[in-house]
Design a protein around this ligand. Structure first.
Ligand code: FES
Length: 98
């Protein structure tokens, strides 16, 4: 469904999305990495368990909440990728105390 634009910068930054390494362009967001990885969801809503993917890409919708480098509830669209970053699906609400 999503793919990089033909004029996108080359994908050179390795990140781990749900355990799989992919390369993304420098300066891309963790949300872009999720979409480039082709996941069907990055989080599930706490009440109904409805799957969600990044939508607005500008910090408004919160559909991109993910666990990034072990920290839950990160807005993936607001986090630029870094080499070796680990992005994981968040199931429901974050665990308390995290
Ligand atoms: S994609 Fe909407 S807040 Fe991140």
């Amino acid at each position: 469904m999503f793919r990089a634009r033909p004029d996108a910068r080359p994908a050179t930054i390795p990140v781990i999305v749900e355990g799989a390494e992919i390369l993304v362009p420098e300066g891309a967001s963790a949300a872009a990495a999720v979409l480039l990885a082709g996941l069907d969801a990055i989080r599930e809503t706490p009440v109904t368990g409805s799957p969600r993917l990044p939508l607005c890409q500008m910090g408004v919708c919160f559909d991109c909440l993910a666990t990034i480098d072990g920290v839950p509830n990160r807005q993936a669209c607001m986090v630029p990728v870094a080499p070796g970053m680990r992005i994981a699906r968040q199931h429901g609400a974050r665990e308390s105390g995290a």
